[in-house]
Write a protein that binds this ligand. Structure first.
Ligand SMILES: [Zn+2]
Length: 262
């Protein structure tokens, strides 16, 4: 019993400290923060349905920054292709003001994302992933989108608006379609973020990305350097290797790490 005394003392201290302000205040939350995980940390929660049978994509956009319907429709299609969600995958839009000055860092995206989330990413039998559409640009202004933890990505529309090709091919809408699928692809763990693919399809020079320029996970998709795709079609689908990785993770034939739920 003596060995348990310090824990008991700590709990009593915490209760005393809560006092009049209540035990669900910021102090208590800071003591036990929910783990945010790494991109890919909720991959199995999406691919499998044994715990999370439905999924909601929370879109938090600033006024004037609501994404094209074609982007969110395409995202749902791509997720339905790989994630087992018998009770459905839906989109929930919220117009918000992030009140952010200057450019965005990954930490800014994480902080503002978690301030804005309507609930925990794992709530009951529903999995919630979040996409921010803030005003302004990333600190590296050639970056069109980022994935910052297991449930949070951001797309920078001010940069996407300038990333269309000559003569509007690909169009701003095409670019947004692809970048959205690409960033959520990182939440699915692509490529090799939380596993090692049996197939060599990761780009050596751009870790976490596909070496196939016909995959939506090709590195240049999230970069303003879209000259790679001049007059070509911007990829917006997972390729056969991406899909094989996800299938292997779903059925357990490919080992996975860093999961917040498994
Ligand atoms: Zn990427």
């Amino acid at each position: 019993m003596a060995r348990r005394a310090p824990l008991t003392f700590l709990l009593v201290s915490m209760m005393l400290a809560c006092g009049l302000s209540g035990c669900l205040g910021d102090e208590a939350l800071d003591l036990l923060p929910e783990k945010k995980g790494v991109p890919g940390g909720l991959t199995l929660a999406c691919l499998r349905s044994s715990m999370y049978t439905s999924m909601v994509i929370e879109i938090d956009h600033e006024p004037g920054y609501r994404p094209f319907t074609s982007s969110t429709d395409m995202l749902v299609d791509r997720l339905e292709q790989v994630c087992d969600k018998p009770s459905g995958i839906s989109i929930k839009y919220s117009e918000v003001s992030f009140d952010h000055e200057g450019t965005w860092s990954a930490q800014d995206v994480r902080d503002k994302g978690w301030e804005t989330k309507d609930q925990s990413p794992r709530d009951g039998t529903t999995l919630y992933w979040q996409v921010l559409f803030p005003a302004g640009t990333y600190e590296t202004d050639s970056v069109l989108g980022v994935a910052v933890d297991a449930s949070t990505v951001a797309l920078f529309s001010d940069s996407i608006d300038e990333a269309d090709g000559p003569f509007g091919r690909p169009s701003v809408e095409d670019v947004e379609n692809s970048v959205l699928v690409h960033e959520v692809g990182h939440l699915l763990g692509l490529v090799n973020l939380v596993y090692q693919s049996p197939v060599d399809h990761e780009d050596d020079e751009h870790p976490g990305h596909s070496n196939n320029d016909e995959s939506v996970m090709y590195w240049a998709v999230e970069s303003a350097d879209l000259s790679n795709f001049i007059f070509g079609e911007l990829p917006n689908e997972f390729d056969a290797d991406d899909l094989a990785d996800l299938a292997g993770l779903a059925d357990g034939s490919i080992a996975i790490r860093d999961q917040l739920w498994s």
